[in-house]
Ligand binder design. Structure first.
Ligand code: HAM
Length: 425
């Protein structure tokens, strides 16, 4: 039997790696511009990190976590997202004692036991940022600016940025009272999950995908209309800065996002072009109480994450090409006889030492078929090794794109070798 990768996972290779590198490099350039530094957290954490961080009544914690017991009986969970781990790390290493805000970015694989479909996987990659220790609305807009710029640099033009405020603890309490009394007469018509949510965490009813539940809450009061004066002032300031930054957005009053840690500003970027079950490319929000709830100091914070796999999907769909940073001068070295391996090794070593990517034909084959391989695989240059070349130490380098050629003397200095290759581009 041929083994395949587990359902909902992917092998990423070939062109997808180039897309992925392009997305990651574009984001990293921006993270540097905005003064964020990288953090790498473990792929698994104590289950409690997510139970407490994300919230026990969220779909992620209730249904989607890969939780296991290790050999010492500890409950561990593969991370379903990055925020809770970063918060745990900020507190554990007292990062706030060095400087505030703590501005971190991360890139990593996440794991959620969801029903796999196009654009929705059980293992997927995210990149994201967390800025901890700033309450001012300016940083909300700045974080959204980074998110927006990443997609802008990639070349997406028709994305929609949705914003909402889920209020602070106080206004949420008031709103939940209003919301519950509105839906009370319909409780019996809810799905079993929403019946429980009604008692434990009514805001989560907005995450429900069941049509009947969606219908019941369609005309219900939305939290945006019930936020307190401070929360209103905050979100209006965020909107003001976004306008100054030239970022288009719209307020989506029913947006809640599926994490209990959010307070105040939340946002999501979607694409109507994405042929996927879910159209969100990225999202995030404020979590002003989470660090204190984890035992850290009060540190109002905000962040976002982007789904790398969905971003690749949309780039491919819209035919957006990644800009490759690879050297165009990649050489294919063809061996015309078994006895030329030693010389082939010498040439490849010389080129690689001079930062010129190259590959060698591991098998001896006719010259014409080797040229075909080099063209098919996108090499710009071709070097054949035969008796004459070995005698003289001088090789003919064909430029396969321009149909020109030049001589390469392997006894030349490194400077000369790089220069002749560069001048042939
Ligand atoms: P999230 O909205 O759950 O937010 O995930 C962010 C992005 O990850 C989504 O917009 C989507 O592109 C991608 N994504 C999520 N689930 C899957 C999946 N099953 N398959 C493929 N892609 C997926 C968070 O994770 C928060 N931690 C964001 C945040 C950071 N909030 C504050 N700071």
């Amino acid at each position: 039997m041929v083994l395949s990768s587990p359902r909902g996972t992917n092998d990423v290779f070939g062109e997808d790696i180039k897309y992925r590198d392009f997305i990651i490099n574009s984001a990293k350039d921006l993270f540097r511009l905005f003064n964020y530094s990288e953090i790498i957290t473990p792929a698994f954490e104590h289950t409690e990190v997510f139970d407490r961080g994300i919230g026990k009544s969220t779909d992620i914690v209730k249904k989607e976590m890969y939780t296991f017991t290790d050999k010492k009986g500890r409950s561990l969970t593969l991370r379903p997202e990055g925020t809770a781990s970063v918060v745990r790390a900020i507190i554990e290493h007292k990062m706030y004692s060095e400087k505030i805000p703590v501005k971190l970015f991360y890139i990593g694989n996440m794991f959620r036991y969801e029903r796999p479909q196009k654009g929705r996987m059980r293992e997927f990659s995210q990149l994201g940022v967390e800025a901890a220790g700033v309450a001012e609305p300016f940083i909300d807009a700045e974080v959204i600016w980074i998110l927006n710029s990443i997609f802008d640099r990639i070349g997406f033009r028709n994305l929609k940025l949705m914003i909402n405020s889920v209020g602070c603890e106080k206004c949420r309490r008031d709103y939940i009272r209003v919301f519950k009394s509105y839906i009370k007469p319909e409780v019996e018509s809810f799905c079993p999950d929403c019946k429980v949510r009604y008692d434990t965490n009514p805001l989560r009813i907005f995450d429900c995908k069941v049509e009947q539940c969606k219908k019941i809450i369609e005309g219900s009061p939305k939290i945006y209309q019930h936020i307190c004066a401070d929360c209103r002032e905050h979100i209006l300031k965020v909107c003001h800065y976004l306008e100054k930054m030239g970022i288009n957005y719209f307020i989506k009053e029913e947006l809640v996002r599926g994490f209990d840690y959010y307070t105040g500003t939340i946002f999501e970027i979607i694409s109507d072009d994405l042929e996927s079950v879910q159209n969100a490319l990225g999202g995030g929000g404020r979590y002003d109480n989470l660090i204190a709830q984890f035992g850290g100091p009060p540190m109002p914070s905000i962040g976002f994450a982007i789904g790398i796999d969905r971003t690749i999907l949309l780039m491919r769909q819209l035919n957006i090409k990644y800009l490759t940073k690879e050297l165009k001068s990649a050489a294919y070295i063809a061996l015309l006889s078994d006895k030329f391996y030693d010389t082939g090794l010498k040439v490849t070593k010389l080129l690689r030492e001079n930062n010129i990517p190259c590959d060698i034909s591991y098998k001896v084959r006719p010259l014409s078929s080797q040229i075909k391989t080099a063209v098919r695989d996108g090499f710009s240059h071709f070097i054949a090794i035969g008796d004459d070349e070995i005698k003289t130490g001088v090789f003919n380098v064909k430029n396969l794109e321009k149909h020109t050629q030049f001589k390469l003397n392997i006894n030349d200095s490194s400077k000369n070798i790089s220069a002749v290759f560069r001048s042939s581009l």
